[in-house]
Design a binder for this molecule. Sequence first.
Ligand SMILES: [Zn+2]
Length: 183
Amino acid sequence: MSEALAFPGEKIASIEEFEAGDNTFDDGDMVRASTVGEKNLDKTTRIASIKHPKMLSIPKVGDIIIGSVAAVMSSMIAVSIDYINGKPTTSKVECVCATRHIRKKNVALLNDIVTLKILNHLNGTIHAAMDEPSLGVLFTKCRKCGGSVVQMRDAIKCTECSWIDERKLSTNYGNSEFIHLRE
Ligand SMILES: [Zn+2]
């Protein structure tokens, strides 16, 4: 399944061959994914879409989640959960993760894909952490131009505009197999 998994912004087809379907958008040149999910290129209808995983569940304490950053605040981020322990969910449950103590210029940006560990449920809010080496950002883009970035030790560098930035990267950053790690 991992080779068919797309991330937000990822090119999934050329607009000359496919039209943008569910959970995708057309940037004038390519059809790109607007959410995490499975790629579906229908050769009959010529529609490229992303199948968002369906299953309803709430993460438990100690679970490892993967989600997309829904909001970035000064001391925390809110994350919309897509996977719990490697299993897809569409319940769109959000958790929050404190970031104030993490000494990085930009811990995570809006729409970044992050992996977190669930700490507790307090007053209806699910709290998670990204302090362990394997936790943190799995997928990010350049803050200046939206280009792809490559890891350089603790920093990231844009392959298009060369902007160097920081994130709290997971040790699984750049590893497309991470979905299977907790199965
Ligand atoms: Zn850039």
